[in-house]
Unconditional design. Structure first.
Length: 289
């Protein structure tokens, strides 16, 4: 793993203008990736974070892999304008395709996805070798989680559950009510009956549902939150290659392809701040990449 990271970093260094003051780009299909952005902002307040949420085309999880890949390329092209030292793929549906297609298209950029850090922690966490995964239909149908887990430990049994309704619930701000709880119960109870002791929240929207999910799982199931584990992965990576920016507090800049007022309210409540910088990007302009 370290060999691969060093190999990738040698490619990243080809951009001579890149230094520790360069920003970190993060993108997701909607507002869910803000869970990663917020965690990163807490861990690394000196880093300039540029976020893109494709709220005009959310959810990705019900779309074809060809469409998801096209959207990811368009958004990465937009973020590449800012000369980022790192791009975090804060979307499990994109991460489930693997990063190779983006690395091939954008040879001078380094990417970290949200799947590999979650798997590494889940494998260390499970005691009874039964791991559950909830995610979008695209993430689950890719079968990427079981494939990567078995590469590490073939004795682990993996139980997956697609949850197509959860992302729309989060996007509408329905994170903790009776309807949401009933839907979560419907999705998760088969995994609990299977005896899992570890549950990977396989979508960056799902940490916003963590309270409701915990009501269903109880405390006997360990929840693996991609925002936590990815934040630490990024911090360690930047420290390893002397790219940490320890300057003063930076405000994240949040770009979206659609920006209705109700989404702004949801994001302010989640971030616990009224001073977020919102910017809208014309989605037609993304198609040039």
């Amino acid at each position: 793993m370290k060999h691969l990271e060093k190999q990738s970093f040698s490619i990243l260094k080809q951009s001579k203008s890149l230094d520790k003051k360069s920003p970190i780009g993060i993108f997701d299909s909607g507002i869910g990736g803000l869970t990663v952005a917020k965690k990163l902002h807490m861990l690394l307040p000196g880093e300039k974070i540029i976020y893109f949420g494709d709220t005009a085309r959310v959810p990705y999880g019900t779309k074809s892999k060809e469409t998801i890949g096209l959207y990811a390329i368009q958004i990465t092209g937009f973020l590449a304008r800012f000369n980022p030292k790192l791009i975090i793929i804060a979307c499990h549906s994109v991460s489930s395709l693997g990063t190779h297609f983006l690395e091939k298209k954008f040879k001078n950029l380094h990417f970290i996805d949200v799947i590999n850090p979650s798997i590494e922690v889940a494998v260390r966490t499970t005691k009874n070798k039964k791991v559950g995964i909830i995610g979008t239909p695209a993430t689950i149908s890719s079968n990427r989680y079981p494939q990567l887990i078995r590469k590490i430990d073939r004795s682990i049994k993996v139980y997956q559950q697609p949850c197509p309704l959860l992302v729309p619930l989060v996007e509408e701000g329905w994170t903790d009510n009776d309807v949401t709880k009933k839907i979560i119960e419907h999705y998760i109870e088969p995994l609990i009956r299977a005896g899992i002791d570890t549950l990977i929240l396989g979508c960056t929207h799902y940490p916003l549902l963590k309270r409701a999910i915990r009501k269903v799982t109880g405390n006997s199931v360990q929840l693996i939150d991609a925002s936590d584990v990815t934040g630490m992965k990024v911090k360690n990576f930047l420290a390893q290659f002397a790219l940490l920016n320890n300057g003063g507090l930076k405000k994240p800049v949040l770009y979206f392809s659609d920006l209705p007022e109700n989404r702004k309210d949801v994001m302010r409540r989640f971030w616990k701040s009224k001073n977020l910088i919102f910017k809208k990007v014309n989605i037609d302009l993304l198609s040039v990449f």
